[in-house]
Write a protein that binds this ligand. Structure first.
Ligand SMILES: Nc1ncnc2c1ncn2[C@@H]1O[C@H](COP(=O)(O)OP(=O)(O)OP(=O)(O)O)[C@@H](O)[C@H]1O
Ligand SMILES: Nc1ncnc2c1ncn2[C@@H]1O[C@H](COP(=O)(O)OP(=O)(O)OP(=O)(O)O)[C@@H](O)[C@H]1O
Ligand SMILES: [Mg+2]
Ligand SMILES: [Mg+2]
Lengths: 253, 253
């Protein structure tokens, strides 16, 4: 049964999507069968691999359509071995639609159960909030991977995220574990970034990945060409660092 | 009566907070009375000017406490002429607390009415979502200022934001207008940034501010010292660009 990893941090713009799309491609490059589930209504992971016009159905329909076969919502990507369930803006309506529904936090978990048999890794990209959508991802996941940008605001928000993770662990998903924390958008030249990085290592200890993802314009460009970093710019720092992160993740699961 | 400007974009990490704290300080430097309202539960604007331990009450209490004098929630900042109503994580509970309340979208507008008499500018920082919190800011505002990062994902999300603004204009706040779009975190050296900038100008036309905010590490560092960019690094590109943006905003209101 596949390992399910949610990529979450309610701070905006810290590299959740960039980590989801490149880590998923790194697993696929190693011959694993990977499913990327986009649970962000902005659909940034989805447009990194698919033409928005080609998406007839999406995560929202899968979570609200009752009992269709969940594989009806799966699309292939240009990356061999990597499939995706895309998100559209209608996913923003999920919370309002499921208000008062006792099993609301379990919708994604239930729908993924069948798909987990067919994939070795399932990665879930989440929006920058701690609402029902992110809770669904945390309930469905075995692990949560936390990207943290090495910047001043980054550290203030992590308490709230850890608190939410503890609440999810207490009742809906006792198996949830923090896979680790990865420092992203890192600029080795600045003192602030180095200081925050040190602080992250102090706060998270052994949970902090050795691999640090530094700022690289190639990572920003690749999604515009619907390519993973490994084919778009194979010798870039982004490609090497996400390959290294992939090795570290595989050693922990 | 003060001009109320909401700073909004549901894409995360595009410089909403950085624009709110520096534009507010720029108005104050010109001798105007300015109030910064932090409506983001992460409280990034708040910690840019206040010690989190000194905040006994916050936006959440102001919006839910019934009829206390709203100025009980106002704090002075280190910047002369700039006051702030800080946010704490409890603001994330606002949506659940106001479910079913007919005047839920008007809470902030009602509570700001008295304060607008005392300030010439009221700036509202918002979270990276389009839920009830951001709707409250859009209903209370006369203008909305949209920071957009010159990156691939930036353009995909603007339709949803403009749609939300139109919905707010249709009923709860017919006076709401788009003040303008400012390009942020811009890196003149990359082709992608230049291309996206051109595209933003095509999409938004005259609404696009002339001023572009380029990437500058000084802007990232200033909040760690609880200083506005104008005193922290007066000769930096960030200080000059936000001063220029302030001039442009004042010419439009
Ligand atoms: N290591 C990096 N080097 C350079 N640019 C990066 C890097 N990681 C992410 N980016 C860019 O920074 C921006 C924010 O990253 P991304 O969209 O992945 O963050 P996010 O956490 O998913 O944002 P949101 O909170 O909106 O979902 C994007 O424009 C992305 O291309
Ligand atoms: N012009 C700039 N140059 C360099 N760094 C910047 C600039 N503008 C913002 N930043 C940095 O980029 C990160 C994101 O900016 P900021 O937090 O202001 O965005 P935001 O839209 O408020 O994020 P959120 O969606 O989480 O509220 C922060 O670490 C900030 O310090
Ligand atoms: Mg994202
Ligand atoms: Mg912010």
């Amino acid at each position: 049964v596949g390992v399910v990893i949610a990529i979450a941090n309610q701070k905006g713009g810290v590299g959740k999507t960039t980590t989801a799309i490149n880590l998923a491609a790194a697993f696929a490059q190693r011959g694993r069968r990977v499913l990327l589930v986009d649970m962000d209504p902005q659909g940034n992971s989805s447009i990194s691999y698919l033409d928005p016009r080609s998406m007839n159905c999406s995560t929202y329909e899968m979570l609200t359509d009752g009992q269709n076969d969940p594989s009806d919502y799966v699309y292939q990507t240009p990356v061999q071995g990597l499939d995706i369930i895309p998100a559209r803006i209608n996913l923003a309506k999920l919370e309002a639609k499921l208000v008062g529904d006792f099993d609301a936090p379990f919708r994604l978990k239930d729908r993924l159960e069948i798909l987990q048999e067919r994939y070795e890794f399932v990665l879930i990209d989440t929006p920058p909030t701690l609402g029902l959508i992110t809770v669904n991802a945390l309930v469905a996941a075995t692990y949560v991977l936390i990207p943290i940008q090495s910047s001043f605001y980054a550290l203030e928000g992590t308490d709230d995220l850890l608190e939410t993770i503890e609440k999810v662990k207490a009742r809906p998903n006792p198996n949830l574990r923090v896979l680790g924390v990865v420092v992203t958008l890192h600029d080795r030249r600045t003192t602030l970034a180095r200081e925050v990085h040190e602080h992250i290592k102090t706060v998270f200890g052994a949970k902090t990945f050795e691999t640090v993802i530094t700022k690289s314009v190639r990572l920003e460009e690749a999604p515009a060409y619907r390519e993973a970093i490994f084919t778009f710019a194979p010798n870039s720092s982004g490609a090497k660092e996400y390959a290294k992160l992939c090795e570290e993740v595989m050693s922990r699961v």
